[in-house]
Design a protein around this ligand. Structure first.
Ligand code: MSP
Length: 511
């Protein structure tokens, strides 16, 4: 049976327009989903929007709209962003959907039936911006006297009746769980943070609110709506058809990997497995966390108002160049700067020069000197074997990197081969062989076409549209573009379409 693979993005708050931070997590998850499909897995890739809670209620009020009308509007923007970024999601979940309300009510009932929920009174600090509760000890006081959370979000004092989740009882079981699942949280720095947070002791968690209405009602508890994070986290299970055990997608749970930003680790790595274990459901296999894109040293966010728009970047540079840039420019788990200058350099050096020229030189020589047909291999030289072996090793190298979300590292491996291929073409000089040794010229061009095919195949998850163009030009049939198909060569003599540049150079226009 085909192995299943379930990958998710965070579901995005609909309190403002999408920006490059959201685009980034979605593109990274998309790379993983596409990679797994090419590697023969049956993939389920989920994204969507997080639509309840005080923050969204407030944003709707500010916009002068009823919350449902507001969330319909903003959710559509996020879906449009995913489509325009060529994010290949299989399902787009909205937490205001009926299926999700049914699923949350059942999750609640199961946790309650296990004895992990009790009614009490919450009194403490709450940050609407983070939709999170904070202890007094975590807060700092600004010079103007306002108290803020470690994230910088202002907090307010909340006092209301509330249901609690007995999180304090889960400390040892959570620590045992992290111990038994060393790959559950990545990267390691985040894992250590989570473990020391849990070791520090856990308070019971307030999981219902009574002071506003925009949420999923708690079963049999008039006046209470579920804490937005309980509702939000459960989206991953809803999308698999919970609570119907016969739902076609139920077999995808537990998720193989949740992609999230480092700001929401505590929710995914502490609360989420505890809720699931309490409900008697399997826990996800991995939570992988990305670092921040920063502009002039500051985190980009809707609240800070210093946002970069990925779609605007895509209009200037082309979507695939932006996808490549985001995956290549910094390690996934780390913070990194985003700048126009760095974007130009990746576009012109890596894409236009290194890869684009290699493809263009090879394909135009084939067009001109081999009657536009893919030449056959000749007797192989040592140089040919070395280059072909490096290319053939790429799917396995890439697999190791992508499994651990080391995307930038995987791309560097591909570029090593591209650079080696550029050195090879310069050294073999097929243009000069045309007169002296046309047989060898054809053999050299075939080696290059085969290397480009491997490169184009493994880069598809990163740059789907451009690599489709490259593979078209190399005469690779549509059904022969996954990793397994690399074992069978493209037929000698295949007629190739007229070559066309894939990556234009970016030229700054004077304002
Ligand atoms: N709704 C919650 C997630 C619920 S998941 C069950 C949420 N939404 S969010 O819209 O505020 O942000 C979602 C994610 O966007 C972050 O976790 C992070 O992955 C990404 N990013 C937001 N700003 C970012 C940067 N400046 N840089 C990189 N990624 C960032 O949190």
């Amino acid at each position: 049976m085909t192995q299943r693979f379930y990958v998710t993005t965070p579901i995005y708050y609909v309190n403002g327009a999408p920006h490059v931070g959201h685009a980034y997590t979605s593109i990274a998850a998309d790379v993983m989903a596409r990679f797994k499909r090419l590697d023969g897995y049956d993939v389920f890739f989920l994204t969507g929007t997080d639509e309840h809670g005080q923050k969204v209620e407030k944003a709707a009020a500010d916009a002068g709209l009823d919350p449902q009308a507001f969330t319909d509007q903003v959710s559509a923007k996020f879906r449009d962003m995913a489509d325009r970024l060529n994010v290949s999601y299989d399902d787009f979940i909205r937490t205001t959907e009926e299926r999700h309300k049914v699923s949350c009510a059942e999750l609640w009932r199961r946790i309650a039936a296990a004895g992990d929920i009790y009614l009490g009174h919450y009194e403490g600090w709450y940050a609407v911006r983070d939709e999170a509760f904070y202890d007094e000890a975590e807060l700092t006081v600004r010079p103007d006297g306002t108290k803020v959370a470690p994230t910088g979000a202002p907090v307010e004092w909340v006092r209301e009746p509330s249901y609690f989740f007995r999180l304090s009882a889960w400390q040892d079981r959570l620590l045992a769980f992290y111990d038994a699942n060393p790959d559950f949280i990545a990267p390691a720095s985040r894992r250590n943070e989570v473990i020391s947070f849990v070791k520090g002791g856990l308070n019971d968690l307030s999981i219902s609110r009574t002071s506003f209405r925009w949420g999923i009602p708690v079963p049999d508890a008039p006046g209470h709506v579920m804490y937005v994070w309980l509702d939000a986290l459960n989206n991953y299970v809803t999308a698999c058809g919970f609570p119907d055990p016969d739902a076609p997608r139920w077999g995808f749970w537990p998720a193989d990997v949740h992609f999230i930003g480092k700001d929401i680790v505590r929710f995914h790595a502490v609360y989420w497995p505890a809720f699931l274990m309490a409900a008697g459901l399997p826990t996800p296999k991995r939570v992988t966390t990305n670092g921040w894109w920063v502009v002039d040293g500051e985190k980009m966010s809707k609240s800070l108002g210093n946002v970069v728009d990925a779609l605007a970047m895509a209009e200037t540079f082309g979507l695939d160049a932006v996808r490549y840039f985001l995956m290549r420019e910094k390690p996934f788990g780390a913070d990194g700067g985003i700048s126009h200058k760095a974007m130009i350099s990746r576009t012109n050096v890596d894409l236009a020069n290194d890869l684009g020229n290699l493809a263009q030189r090879t394909l135009s020589l084939v067009a001109r000197n081999c009657e536009g047909r893919l030449p056959g291999r000749g007797p192989v030289t040592e140089a040919d074997t070395a280059l072909l072996a490096a290319a053939d090793g790429l799917p396995a190298l890439m697999r190791q990197r992508v499994e651990r979300q080391l995307f930038h590292d995987g791309l560097e491996e591909v570029w090593k081969v591209i650079r080696a291929a550029n050195a090879y073409i310069d050294h073999q000089a097929p243009w000069a062989l045309r007169k002296t040794d046309p047989v060898r010229m054809a053999a050299v061009l075939r080696v290059l076409a085969d290397v480009l095919r491997v490169v184009g195949t493994v880069l598809q998850p990163f740059m789907p549209a451009s690599m489709a163009k490259l593979l078209d030009q190399l005469g690779v049939p549509d059904e022969a573009r996954d990793f397994r198909a690399l074992a069978a060569p493209v037929a000698d003599g295949t007629v190739l379409p007229a070559p066309q540049g894939i990556f234009p150079r970016f030229v700054e226009t004077e304002a």
